[in-house]
Design a protein around this ligand. Structure first.
Ligand code: GLA
Length: 391
């Protein structure tokens, strides 16, 4: 069932009435600039045509009651229970509830009125797949509270509050990319964001190519620790390079030439992690002009280089992602293929000649299945609008 219908049916069933409003917030795919957002780099995501939907109404108690229709589970919380992450009956908040509860926490911290709601949400963004299902949940609830609270902030400000929820409440030290893409997405456009200034522009994808997303179906658990460790290594590199480059505040400020000159000063592991970031930021600086000039082969090569770097230097790939990428890169019409998102499992993103995209998807699925015995989900995706109320 479509998530939109699912939230409506479940709302009626659980609350015995129709919801007052609906909101929708998409997942995202990222074409270039991976693991650079928290290093003040540049990213090139697009919101995708898969989203979290929420049906909601104002509640007449102090507690918000949320149903996750995909799990058939309920969570109940109020501003007073946020700190302990418990429910009124003393049980722990389920993991999925930390995203909406985190949003409520961040909104409250920002002094924004977030009244209690009755809500049901459901999503067709596959969870743990590198397509930002959690950011889409945060942005859907952000939009819902904005409506109920009667205030208005910009999509970027909502994204920043979502990032804060994730950093401080959920405990993932993520950057701004996912919430930004979910909040600011535009139909048929890529988004190019400078993660330092937060200036962004849209970029059109040349009309002769498609974005194909390939889900390995591998889900890694407990990746938060690994993710936070990568971020720590980047910060460590900045600290160690600062004596020689006093003006730097993030790896964004280190040129490839300076990095090569000074890299011997870094411990081996820190050097590998930081090299990925410095070189990936250099790649992503080239992205817009390559796309605008239709230099797809060059752009695709940067995607391929990005994957090799994520695999060998940043160590966030896994065997199944590597199989999916290797098979894709050898297929006709494929300009570039790489893992997308944080890594450790999940999806690859492929830039493929439009007229060959269907054949590419079929051949890739068959090849992956015969090598891994896993049945992948592969689809051609369309850039979509960002989070908002919907009919
Ligand atoms: C996750 C994070 C993002 C970003 C990517 C890697 O999706 O939430 O902020 O760091 O990983 O590029």
């Amino acid at each position: 069932m479509q998530p939109k219908n699912k939230v409506l049916d479940t709302f009626r069933e659980k609350f015995g009435t129709a919801p007052a409003f609906f909101a929708r917030a998409p997942g995202r795919v990222n074409l270039l600039g991976e693991h650079v957002d928290y290093n003040d780099g540049f990213v090139l995501p697009a919101a995708i045509d898969r989203a979290t939907y929420i049906a909601f109404s104002l509640a007449d108690s102090d507690f918000s009651t949320l149903w996750a229709a995909d799990f058939g589970q309920r969570a109940v919380f109020s501003p007073q229970t946020l700190a302990t992450k418990t429910q009124p009956d003393g049980s722990a908040l389920p993991d999925w509830a930390s995203y909406p509860a985190g949003m409520l926490w961040a909104l409250t911290e920002a002094g924004l009125n977030a009244p209690s709601m009755n809500a049901v949400f459901a999503s067709d963004v596959p969870r743990g797949s590198g397509l930002s299902s959690s950011a889409s949940v945060e942005m859907a609830f952000g939009v819902a509270w904005q409506k109920l609270g009667g205030w208005e902030i910009s999509p970027m400000e909502l994204a920043q509050l979502g990032q804060k929820a994730e950093n401080k409440y959920v405990g993932v030290n993520c950057g701004i990319m996912d919430q930004f893409a979910s909040a600011c997405g535009q139909v048929d456009r890529l988004l190019y964001l400078d993660c330092r200034s937060l200036h962004w522009q849209t970029v059109s994808l040349p009309s002769n190519v498609s974005i194909v997303v390939a889900d390995t179906t591998i889900r890694r658990k407990l990746t938060t620790g690994e993710y936070n460790l990568r971020r720590d290594a980047c910060e460590e590199a900045v600290r160690l390079l600062k004596p020689d480059l006093p003006q730097i505040t993030a790896l964004r400020d280190v040129s490839v030439a300076d990095f090569n000159r000074l890299s011997a000063k870094l411990p081996e592991l820190v050097e590998k992690r930081a090299r990925h970031v410095v070189e990936e930021i250099e790649r992503s600086r080239q992205a817009v002009s390559l796309l605008e000039n239709g230099q797809l082969a060059q752009f695709g090569r940067l995607m391929n280089d990005c994957h090799a770097s994520l695999r060998d230097l940043y160590a966030v790939s896994c065997p199944e992602l590597d199989v999916m990428v290797r098979l894709a890169q050898a297929l006709p019409g494929c300009y570039g293929a790489r893992l997308t998102g944080a890594g450790f499992g999940g999806c690859t993103v492929n830039l493929v000649a439009r007229e060959q995209a269907d054949g590419f998807a079929q051949t890739l699925a068959a090849g992956y299945e015969s090598e891994t015995r896993l049945h992948p989900e592969i689809y051609i995706c369309r850039a979509s609008a960002g989070a908002g109320l919907t009919e």
